[in-house]
Design a protein around this ligand. Structure first.
Ligand code: RIB
Ligand code: CA
Length: 338
């Protein structure tokens, strides 16, 4: 049985890799893609999502523009990390069409109120927060929410304590987590504690190009800028691809492990955007989150290569090559990446 899902994202380089993975997974039925301002302004993210859909030959998937600014904070993009076009300065040809018949929140509301549909949130949570404001019942009926965002014990990438998606719109993240608590729902938080272990290395990229030249070349085109950013920012050879792990985890829970806790997001002051995980139950509040702390990076890359490249993961040389080419690389702990 395919699992119905909406991907809310801010493409964005790693969002694009996440979309490629989701659209390669037979076990997922992607009902639509909703765009939120984040890495890129929402209009740019909308255009970038279409470029990825064209690459995947999936222009049948609807895309909807959402929030163009956070609930309260001024909007801060991450184009320093994702390039002037938000897609690694690949400057891919624009894809026409997709005139807007409805906005992201309207689409989310219509789809989620039916029940049986989940959300994978890969950007700031502004669209989800706006959905809660217009129709909390639709949010309540969401089957599952997996969020790439936040950090438990891993340092932030926008401040010592804050991860970009929750830092860019802390009020939205705070509302989503608090509403989840009120509704006895749990947000699966795929945070920096696990995503920092998912490093696409030059060898792994080269291996992708050898196995599937067209797809590998596309991935290279959109990640070159990201590789350069990671070298400049933290002298890492490779790039942390956060968002695809959220998609892989949604499809296969066994990839990550962690614990349930009550979690809140700080909305002001020096630690704005901090994920406050009550692992020791100080607040005596029921859990509203599953905080993921361990990941099997080799199994992630096996799934990622298998699905995105369309090759049999049991392929005899895939696993040894993934190990040989650099899976499970320790990534730098000095700086952040987003
Ligand atoms: O902090 C990493 C997250 O912020 C990723 O989702 C990246 O795409 C940016 O949105
Ligand atoms: Ca993202």
């Amino acid at each position: 049985m395919k699992r119905k899902v909406i991907i809310d994202c801010d493409p964005g380089i790693d969002d694009s890799l996440a979309l490629m993975l989701a659209l390669s997974m037979d076990e997922l039925e992607v009902l639509g893609i909703t765009i939120v301002c984040g890495n890129s302004p929402v209009e740019m993210g909308f255009e970038n999502a279409k470029k990825v859909l064209k690459q995947m030959n999936r222009l049948d998937i609807p895309v909807f523009q959402g929030a163009d600014q956070p609930l309260k904070r001024d909007y801060v993009n991450a184009l320093d990390t994702h390039g002037a076009d938000g897609l690694g300065e690949s400057f891919l040809e624009a894809v026409p069409g997709y005139e807007q018949k409805k906005n992201a929140v309207e689409f989310l509301e219509e789809a989620l109120i039916q029940g049986g549909c989940s959300v994978i949130a890969l950007g700031p949570m502004t669209n989800l927060a706006r959905l809660i404001r217009v129709n909390p019942h639709a949010f309540e009926l969401t089957e599952e929410i997996v969020s790439m965002g936040g950090n438990y014990k891993s340092h932030g990438n926008c401040s010592p304590v804050a991860e970009y998606n929750y830092w860019a719109d802390p009020d939205a993240a705070a509302l989503v987590y608090e509403t989840a608590w009120e509704m006895q729902k749990k947000i699966h938080m795929v945070g920096l504690d696990v995503t920092r272990q998912i490093v696409l290395t030059p060898d792994l990229l080269e291996y992708m190009k050898r196995l599937q030249p067209q797809t590998g070349s596309f991935v290279q085109a959109i990640t070159k800028f990201y590789f350069d950013f990671h070298w400049k920012q933290e002298h890492l050879i490779g790039c942390v691809i956060n968002d695809p792990l959220a998609v892989a985890y949604f499809a296969d829970r066994s990839l990550c492990s962690g614990f349930e806790a009550y979690t809140a997001i700080e909305t002001g002051g020096i630690s704005i955007g901090q994920t406050v995980v009550d692992a020791m139950h100080f607040y005596q509040k029921e859990p509203n989150s599953v905080i993921l702390t361990e990941v099997d990076a080799l199994r992630f890359f096996t799934a990622f290569f298998g699905k995105v490249l369309g090759i049999n993961p049991e392929k005899p040389d895939l696993l040894p090559a993934l190990v040989r080419y650099g899976t499970n690389l320790p990534c730098s702990r000095e700086q952040g990446e987003k």
